[in-house]
Ligand binder design. Sequence first.
Ligand SMILES: [Zn+2]
Length: 297
Amino acid sequence: MQVCIFQLNICRLPFFLALLLALPQLTEKKAHAESARSTNFLVSGGDRELVIRVAKAAEDYRKSIAVAWLGKPLPNWLRPCPIKLRLTGGEAGGVTSFTFDEGRVTSQEMTLEGSPERILFSALPHEVTHTIFAWHFGAPMPRWADEGACMLSEDSRELARQDGIVKNLMEGQKHLPLKTLFSMEEYPKDLLGFYGQGYSVSRFLIEIGGRERFLSFVGEGAQNRWDEAVRKHYKLNNTNELDRAWRSWHRVVAEQREPGESDGKATLIAMPGNRPRAVSTITPIIRGQSGEEPLRR
Ligand SMILES: [Zn+2]
């Protein structure tokens, strides 16, 4: 029997809003008619300059993030991933949904929210990283690792925000035992704390062992073998020992850094000075009324 799996990644949005965004056909107003198509993405919802810029940046991130995590770019997808933009002028947010079947992604779509800058340097690299992990695992990745590792693709401003959240979490003793964090399949009520702890634990594991080991660890642990995976990949006896090691690292290493500081190991792409620029190789599309075929320029 074939089992089709649906996964929704909700990234920093209030839950009710995220649900609305997941149903764009009910809520979307056609504020912008412009779209841009690149090889692997179809971007809509902004003015012409922005949709082209986002499409180009999405391709750049897709390539560089895949090389960083997997050692090589992904093959082109059979269908472009739709990206819908919602320009709020505020902070970054995003939702990406996937359908998996027989160990492969069979559909995916993305909604990004915020100002153009926050979309380009925070929401977009985060959500593109979700697509890399979905392609790699062909199944939902454990939530803490999926969200935590995607944060590492974002710019220093978002890293600083996460560092502040983790600091408060640890000072208030509100962090979860890793055994609990690892086994969580759904988002908890304290979304900010959940993202923050996932970010911190992912950063710790990648700093001490690299990205390839992190993915192997997460893939094996997800089979409900977290203690075994800890022994195999990090040479510690169990998840409780890893928990103590992570808290020590937080005190001795992470707390001593400036908020938002990159370490050159775990953090990745969207840093100031490394910003993707638009080029004219993307095909702009003008959409007509809803339901019409797009018209290429
Ligand atoms: Zn996310």
